[in-house]
Design a protein around this ligand. Structure first.
Ligand SMILES: CC(C)(C)CCc1c(C(=O)O)[nH]c(=O)[nH]c1=O
Length: 311
């Protein structure tokens, strides 16, 4: 039984890795991921300059998941690109991802130009949950903006690139977003980001849990697995076969990873639960998934990827 996978022509020893934003903001975090059983790593979404992010408390974990409104705290684009370039020299056998989340299209293009001209040989994840012009929803929910962004990006960017999408909830939206995405030479689509603008409350103190945005924040964890699986499945049913899918959302154990792969994922990312358990979680998840596959008679994930049955 092997957990290896291939995505956009790149080989990974393990089909699981971290989700951007969790345990990946510092070199220490990233080295911890590299030294774990994870098959790859992705950096915290970078902006051109370092950012402090929102006032704390800005993330809280509860029994079934977490809420966050971090506000893109990160050490800046150069910090992460430098780490990834060093990694290529010291650990050439591992392919990594760089996540970027400019607060404007210009910022995204400027970072992508630097990646294009750099020696970075991994994959780039463009976070489309980034804010749009005031008065408009996030880019991922403004389909004209998605088209504008991807047209500008692929006018010059020739390295492997995928997009991180927010969750969609209407079948027409799955049709609309994939009709757009299928027009571009995307290496992958990563679905889903946190479920936006949830609200968690402490009824004792009658207060919200996080400070930014009056307590509103992205929801992750067990709460969002049904939404994540539906998005992975819907995208897999609609995207060109050349566009691989990364499944993210609600992974707590090996069976959750199995379910994401059954829906069509070639790589599965872990966020909230990684935050709770740390990189050693990939030992447990690998053991659990291996046992599930062996019990079902599957040698590799290709044996069951995308093979979810309907009734
Ligand atoms: C929400 C944004 C701040 C625009 C992007 C960064 C981000 C954050 C964040 O840094 O607040 N949290 C998430 O759950 N997903 C994200 O993509």
């Amino acid at each position: 039984t092997t957990l290896k996978t291939t995505l956009a022509g790149y080989k990974f020893d393990n089909c699981m890795m971290n989700a951007a934003g969790i345990r990946c903001a510092t070199v220490t975090d990233l080295a911890g991921l590299r030294d774990s059983r994870a098959g790859s790593l992705v950096t915290k979404s970078a902006t051109p300059q370092p950012r402090d992010g929102n006032p704390e408390p800005r993330m809280r974990g509860l029994q079934y998941g977490c809420i966050n409104s971090m506000g893109l705290p990160n050490h800046g684009f150069d910090y992460y690109l430098n780490f990834l370039l060093e990694e290529q020299k010291s650990h050439p056998q591992q392919t990594n991802f760089m996540s970027i989340a400019g607060t404007t299209l210009e910022d995204d293009l400027s970072m992508l130009k630097q990646i294009q001209e750099s020696a970075f040989a991994g994959l780039t994840e463009l976070n489309l949950s980034c804010p749009n012009v005031p008065g408009k929803p996030q880019v991922g929910y403004d389909f004209d903006a998605v088209e504008r962004y991807l047209t500008a990006v692929f006018a010059f960017f020739k390295k492997p690139l995928g997009v991180k999408l927010p969750p969609y909830f209407d079948l027409m939206h799955f049709d609309q977003i994939t009709a757009i995405l299928n027009q571009y030479p995307l290496a992958f689509v990563n679905s889903i980001n946190s479920v936006g603008n949830g609200l968690m409350i402490d009824p004792e103190s009658e207060t919200v849990l996080i400070k930014p945005k009056g307590g509103f924040g992205g929801i992750g964890g067990a709460y969002i697995k049904p939404t994540a699986l539906a998005n992975v499945r819907a995208l897999a049913q609609r995207l060109n076969p050349g566009i691989a899918i990364i499944g993210t959302g609600g992974v707590q154990n090996g069976m959750d990873i199995f379910e994401h792969i059954l829906c069509g994922a070639s790589m599965v990312q872990v966020g909230t639960q990684l935050g709770f358990e740390g990189p050693k979680i990939f030992n447990r998840l690998s053991q659990e998934l291996t046992r599930i596959m062996a019990a079902k008679g599957y040698d590799s994930i290709a044996d069951f990827r995308g093979k979810l049955k309907t009734l």
